[in-house]
Structures are given as structure tokens and as C-alpha cells.
Design a protein around this ligand. Structure first.
Ligand code: HEC
Length: 110
């Protein structure tokens, strides 16, 4: 029979693992290919708002994710500052809807 202590240990380990995986999982090849870190950082505004600022602004906004996915693919008008987000083509090549989704989920999880 499994002891409660063992069950608790397994549950805690799984929880820690899932938190780690979801918090850290950066879609690195996409991020590199699209040069995200050329203008953005995780936590300090640089040429562009930081991913933490972006996550804070949109995390609880309904419909924000599809809007951002569209923007990642097509570019958009500036509204944080004077500089607009360039389109995917200008950043390093076309971006599929699926990849845009992955990137936006990653940004919003900051
Ligand atoms: C050439 C510089 C540059 C690159 C490369 C770049 N960004 Fe941006 N990004 C910006 C700027 C500037 C803004 C602010 C635009 C604005 O005012 O709406 C921005 C805004 C954003 C926003 C918020 C858009 C909004 O409407 O609030 C997201 C999300 C984002 N970037 C994600 C990414 C991701 C993911 C990548 C890589 C795929 C990336 N960016 C690459 C410059 C860049």
C-alpha cells in the first residue's frame, strides 16, 4: 500500500515540474529565427516593451491573444511608444498562425 507521505511527495514533485516546465519553456528556435530578443527582453524595457510588461497588460484582456497573434504576423501600428512592431516578414520570415500562437502564449506567460 502506498503511504500518504509518498503520495504527497509525488504530487509535490509533479507540481514543481509542471510549474518549471510552463514557466521556462521558451520556444527558442522561433524566438531566434524571429529575432524577438533583438528588441525585447524578459523584464527590462529596451527598444520595445518587456515581455513582462506586455503580459501584465494583456493577461486578463479578453480577445488579446488573437489580436497579438495577428500583430506578430502582420505587424501593426505603434501604441506603446513611437516604434511599431515590424511584421514577421521584416523580422526574419513568414510566421505561421500556429507559431504565432505559440509565441503569444509564451509572452503572456511571463
Ligand atoms: C525590430 C524590433 C522588434 C522585434 C524584432 C520584435 N519586436 Fe515585438 N515589439 C516591438 C515594438 C517597438 C513594440 C511596441 C509596438 C507598439 O507600440 O505597439 C513591440 C510589441 C510587441 C508586442 C505587444 C504588441 C501590442 O500590440 O501591444 C508583442 C506581443 C511582441 N512585441 C512580441 C514579439 C515577439 C514574440 C517577437 C519575436 C517573434 C518580437 N516581438 C520581435 C519591436 C520588436
Amino acid at each position: 500500500m502506498t503511504s500518504n507521505r509518498a503520495k504527497l511527495f509525488v504530487a509535490a514533485a509533479l507540481y514543481a515540474l509542471s510549474v518549471h516546465v510552463f514557466a521556462q519553456r521558451e520556444p527558442t528556435p522561433l524566438v531566434d529565427q524571429q529575432h524577438c530578443m533583438f528588441c525585447h527582453t524578459d523584464d527590462a524595457p529596451f527598444l520595445a516593451p518587456s515581455f513582462q510588461q506586455i503580459a501584465e497588460r494583456y493577461r486578463n484582456v479578453p480577445g488579446a491573444a488573437p489580436m497579438l497573434e495577428h500583430k506578430l504576423r502582420m505587424g501593426g501600428r505603434a501604441h506603446w511608444g513611437d516604434m511599431a512592431m515590424p511584421s514577421a516578414g521584416e523580422r526574419g520570415g513568414p510566421l505561421s498562425a500556429e507559431d504565432a500562437h505559440t509565441l503569444v502564449q509564451w509572452v503572456l506567460n511571463h
